[in-house]
Design a protein. Sequence first.
Length: 66
Amino acid sequence: MQKEWMLAEFAHAKRQGIAVDIGGVLYDGSHPEQVWELMQRENYMLDYEGDATGRIVALHIDLLGP
């Protein structure tokens, strides 16, 4: 279920023009399966960034250190 949620979240972000970055690198939407595999191997934090009105403008996926 988590995998489907994550892939749907990325697709939704792309449709809405929301920037997605992984470790500070802009994600272009290609190869979502590779991103899923990375997230399964590493510890990560998913962070939604909002503007002054509360609208989500960016989705950050940051890999956490040991």
